[in-house]
Design a protein around this ligand. Structure first.
Ligand SMILES: [Ca+2]
Ligand SMILES: [Ca+2]
Ligand SMILES: [Cu+2]
Length: 329
């Protein structure tokens, strides 16, 4: 190795080590893992950032030439749109070069996504990241070792489509009633109160059975107390949901066997908005009054604002107390 190269190599390592020292986990913003106190270290001893570029995107690690073997490990990764693959060199003289082996297609490449056709090789300890924003299957290879089979694949998947979503409440002995939560357009408005701890339950249905890695509130105020999956139906229990807001619950890494990704569902919370037009005024009061004493059913359950199974003066008073409130635009 020429002296100038050796100096550059040393400087490179100093920069990497300084980076590890500077970028402690607390240096990153809030991610969904940020509430844990655990520091995660990868197979190379580097601290894995506990925050991702956006609320739910993830980083997937691949080792380039582990123990000098001419391969990528794992050679295939399956990620969702918006996720990042992070390649770390486990030995020297390799590249990550996109293309169907062994033809460069210029979509991405180490060290910095430029001049991919040059096939620049990097050395042990080097790290290259690429974020995939478009679904598809991406092939890549090592420019020097492609001919001996040093190839890899990144499958980038989109999320399964939710079929519908609801906010569900049991109205005492009157039955269980659902407020639809449309997946596009204006949000559905939940007008019923959440009890002492402001609890709500959101149901999300898919076309086929799914698995779900996690569920989290990704916008608005509230938190997931629990979630469960039964076949194609996901139930998310929320607590601490404040009034007068739009809250978004995101199912993380929903997988139906052919699609994988995050599925967000939003709900407007506006107690007393019996007619669901995103503001509480005199018309909600009169609508509730008109149903006093009427048996709670699928057509008037919104007027049972406290969801106790009867519509009476208590519901009317609760609507009156909220007059003047409106969902933020
Ligand atoms: Ca209204
Ligand atoms: Ca009631
Ligand atoms: Cu190689």
């Amino acid at each position: 190795m020429k002296r100038s190269n050796a100096v550059a190599w040393c400087i490179c390592w100093l920069v990497i080590m300084a980076g590890v020292a500077i970028f402690s986990p607390s240096g990153f913003g809030a991610g969904r893992a940020a509430t844990t106190a655990i520091t995660i270290v990868d197979q190379n001893g580097r601290i894995v950032p506990n925050a991702q570029p956006s609320a739910t995107s993830q980083i997937f690690d691949v080792t380039v030439g582990p123990n000098g073997m001419l391969q990528f490990s794992p050679s295939t990764v399956t990620i969702s749109v918006g996720d990042t693959v992070r390649w770390t060199w486990g030995s020297s003289n390799h590249s990550v070069t996109s293309g169907t082996p062994c033809t460069v297609d210029g979509q991405f490449c180490s060290p910095n996504d430029t001049n991919c056709s040059a096939g620049q090789l990097s050395n042990m300890g080097f790290v290259y990241e690429h974020t995939f924003t478009v679904a598809g299957t991406y092939s890549y290879f090592c420019h020097l070792h492609c001919s001996v089979g040093m190839t890899g694949t990144v499958n980038v998947e989109t999320a399964p489509m939710a079929q519908d979503a609801f906010s569900r409440k049991v109205h005492g002995g009157a039955g269980t009633f659902d407020v639809p939560l449309p997946l596009t357009g204006n949000v559905g408005v939940e007008c019923r109160s959440g009890g002492a701890t402001n609890d709500y339950q959101v149901i999300i249905d898919f076309a086929t059975s799914v698995t779900v890695e996690d569920a989290a509130v990704t916008s608005g105020t509230g938190s997931v107390s629990s979630f469960s999956v039964s076949g194609s139906e996901v139930t998310v229990n929320l607590t601490g949901v404040t009034n007068v807001q739009t809250i978004t619950v995101t199912l993380i890494n929903v997988n139906d066997g052919t699609h994988m990704g995050d599925v967000p569902v939003s709900m407007g919370v506006l107690i007393g908005d019996a007619n669901g037009n995103a503001s509480v005024n005199a018309s909600d009061v009169s609508l509730t009054k008109s149903q006093v004493g009427v048996v709670v059913s699928g057509s008037n359950f919104r007027e049972d604002v406290n969801a106790n199974g009867v519509i009476n003066a208590v519901d009317v008073a609760q609507v009156k107390a909220e007059v003047g409130t409106a969902l933020p635009p």
